[in-house]
Ligand binder design. Structure first.
Ligand SMILES: Nc1nc2c(ncn2[C@@H]2O[C@H](COP(=O)(O)OP(=O)(O)O)[C@@H](O)[C@H]2O)c(=O)[nH]1
Ligand SMILES: [Mg+2]
Length: 447
């Protein structure tokens, strides 16, 4: 277990006013700091109502003191928590006092980094802590919680186990090449690798599906002026964020709103209506529409159905990237004769005024984004995990084709060794300092 000589401290609750504020301390001096602040010896895992006093015996606040003796703590070290009133000034005073008593201010993510380095959690779980804190929808939070609970890590570990067994079979064959009575049949190893590959493909699919959870995909509303784009963002976001007017060219800035579709979050973007204009400000607005469109995950191309408006080929071909999925939204159906307005391929009929067809639109967006209701089909994965697992896949495929083509056992063993290293990179067993630094620097302070 690594040892740290310094004791760290941070305010763990968000800045601003609150019912309570929590300061967390971790390291060897925690116990002494608790005693100096409260005048009492700490009792492990017992809440004590105490007076927190400065070294000049001035009362800072009364509150709850908690002590977790290492290794049974979040970080694995001795940890103290001071729960006081949620005033920033008060918390700063207490923090200064704790620094005076020998702790130093923690870096972002340093508590979790220590938890990771002390073996309390693996890297996937540490990342899940940050993802849980940052999660912006219930779905993302539940998924991050699953990863924190070890679901993703266990999947990776089980896969690693399979590959490890395959490697052992190959290594065993390598160790006894000349002994006649040892069977060097590597078919079982090949079978293991095949099984690993199919399990890995399943895991990668879940991880790919889960990427939308931390991205808030950009759904950009575009179209000519006056088709009802601003009405649409207001309807979907549930409040009047964009000005709606019968005057064409009202919207000039792109307006972004986080919108929850069920338990899932997207970023919905309203843009200026696209048309030729000599007005400089509107021109800039149209430019911004194109920019937003260029990076959209989904474009909602809004047309005025009451005017029988048709899509402009030029917008679709010149300004929408081939990666962007386009949903045609034919709006203002309330002004049209009754018809059978059903989703036809990628066209949805709606009224941003009455709300007709909005459920179809939401359903369509979810299906285009491939958001499944079945949470078991998603893993809150980061790009880092997906890249590493893809590398594992490459090595396994190499091993498989090598084995089938009769390459030497050494080559086979090497491919498998590299595949194993890929798994270890995901869980953090052998991750470089750069990657670790990058992971933990993204945390907030106090976690
Ligand atoms: N009847 C009807 N009017 C709508 C609908 N959507 C928008 N409008 C009206 O169309 C005009 C332009 O709407 P707006 O949202 O500002 O269009 P934008 O220029 O595309 O942003 C406004 O007068 C809206 O009230 C709709 O579904 N039905
Ligand atoms: Mg508008």
């Amino acid at each position: 277990m690594p040892e740290y000589n310094d004791t760290i401290v941070a305010i763990a609750t968000p800045s601003g006013r609150g019912g309570i504020g929590v300061i967390r301390v971790s390291g060897k001096k925690s116990k002494g700091i608790y005693k100096a602040l409260t005048g009492l010896p700490p009792k492990p895992r017992q809440a004590q109502f105490v007076s927190f006093k400065s070294s000049s015996q001035q009362l800072i606040d009364k509150g709850i003191g908690l002590y977790f003796e290492g290794p049974s703590s979040y970080t694995g070290e001795d940890v103290v928590e001071c729960h006081v009133h949620g005033s920033r000034v008060l918390l700063d005073v207490l923090l200064e006092e704790i620094v005076f008593l020998g702790a130093r201010a923690a870096r972002p993510g340093e508590f979790t980094e220590r938890a990771f380095l002390n073996g309390k959690m693996d890297l996937v779980q540490a990342e899940a802590v940050a993802d849980l804190i940052d999660s912006n929808s219930k779905k993302a939070a539940r998924s991050a919680m699953q990863s924190l609970d070890g679901v993703f890590s266990n999947n990776v570990k089980q896969l690693r186990e399979l590959v490890f067994n395959a490697r052992t079979l190959v290594e065993a064959a390598l160790d006894f090449p000349d002994e006649e009575d040892v069977d060097i049949n590597i078919d079982p190893a090949i079978e293991n690798v095949e099984n690993s590959l199919s399990a890995l493909n399943k895991l990668l699919k879940k991880a790919e599906a889960g990427r939308v959870l931390d991205q808030n995909p950009a759904v950009v509303i575009v179209g000519s002026p006056n088709v009802g784009k601003s009405c649409l963002i207001n309807y979907l976001s549930g409040f009047d964020s964009a000005i709606v007017s019968s005057e064409a060219g009202t919207t000039r800035d792109t307006i972004r709103e986080k919108v929850l579709l069920g338990d899932f979050a997207i970023t919905l973007v309203d843009t200026a209506g696209i048309r030729e204009t000599s007005n400089e400000i509107e021109k800039e607005g149209v430019e911004r529409s194109y920019k937003a469109l260029a990076v959209a995950d989904i474009a909602l191309y809004v047309l005025d159905h009451s005017l029988k408006q048709e899509a402009e080929e030029k917008i679709l071909t010149d300004h929408i990237s081939s990666d962007t999925k386009v949903i045609t939204v034919r709006n203002k159906i309330d002004l049209c004769d009754n018809g059978d307005y059903k989703v036809i391929d990628d066209t949805v009929y709606v009224s941003a005024k009455t709300g007709a067809g909005m459920d179809d639109l939401i359903e369509k967006i979810c299906s285009v984004l491939d958001i499944t209701d079945n949470e078991e089909d998603m893993i809150f994965a980061r790009q880092r995990h997906i890249d590493a697992l893809n590398l594992v896949k490459d090595h396994l495929q190499q091993a498989l084709s090598g084995a089938k083509n009769g390459v030497g056992l050494e080559v086979l063993a090497e491919s498998m060794r590299q595949a194993l290293a890929g798994f270890d990179e995901v869980t953090g067993k052998t991750t470089s300092d750069d990657v670790l630094g990058n992971v933990f620097s993204q945390f907030c302070i106090g976690k």
